[in-house]
Design a protein around this ligand. Sequence first.
Ligand code: NAP
Length: 238
Amino acid sequence: MSSQHAVIIGGSSGIGLATARLLLDRGFKVTITGRDRAKLDAAAAGLDGDISAIVMDASEVSSLREVFTTIGPLDHLVLALGGGHGAGPFATVDLSDLKKGFEQKTIAHFACAQAALPHLSKEGSITFVSAVSAQAAMPGTAGLGAINAAIAALTPILAVELKPIRVNCVSPGVVDTPWWDFLTEEQKAPTFAGFGARTPVGRVGRSDEIADAIAFLIGNGFTSGHTLICDGGVRLGQ
Ligand SMILES: NC(=O)c1ccc[n+]([C@@H]2O[C@H](COP(=O)([O-])OP(=O)(O)OC[C@H]3O[C@@H](n4cnc5c(N)ncnc54)[C@H](OP(=O)(O)O)[C@@H]3O)[C@@H](O)[C@H]2O)c1
């Protein structure tokens, strides 16, 4: 059993919530964060173990140092927040939406890692969650790819600059989470079937599969500066 403290930014749903569940099962103390109090409380109520929940908006960068002072010492930071801003065909993608995408993912991840640093154990780790749009040449993802490639680019640099803290990244493929709730249930089924058909394993992913990859990077003390692609092979195209 571990008594290490993991803080999951964006832990109230999807990949972050699945990671919280897995780490709690493994004996970690876990703090989850999100913007929506009711959603966060519901998520925490569904978890067993040493769990805390803190409301914060990671895109409000001026408040982050205070938030991490409130959280206190931590061993592992997981950046699992992000929305869908910046998606769409290159010719028509809305530039203010693209800017919002960078602010709400790239800058938010960067700023959270920076604010957490004074409280982060030197034996600990940072795990970013990027996206396979950074590796796959999928039309319609130029904005998302740029937003997520910036996070993947940050990873090896920080692994060297922040040593001995380990810094890694998970790059998920298409995963069935509330991230896709901009679609109706009727739209989701054919969308996921379409992605599944283009994915060598023949389906979209589950949040617990991405959580497993994150937990590996947290637990393996000899892995740093690595982006672990967990995408069922969708980046390979078929
Ligand atoms: N699902 C996929 O297919 C997929 C594929 C590749 C990569 N990803 C990446 O994986 C990460 C997690 O996505 P997910 O699928 O788990 O989505 P999700 O279910 O929508 O979860 C996102 C989490 O982030 C929180 N959040 C969003 N913006 C925030 C902010 N500004 N400050 C603090 N918390 C914030 C959300 O809670 P609140 O809304 O209450 O703040 C929620 O807890 C994202 O970075 C996403 O880009 C997802």
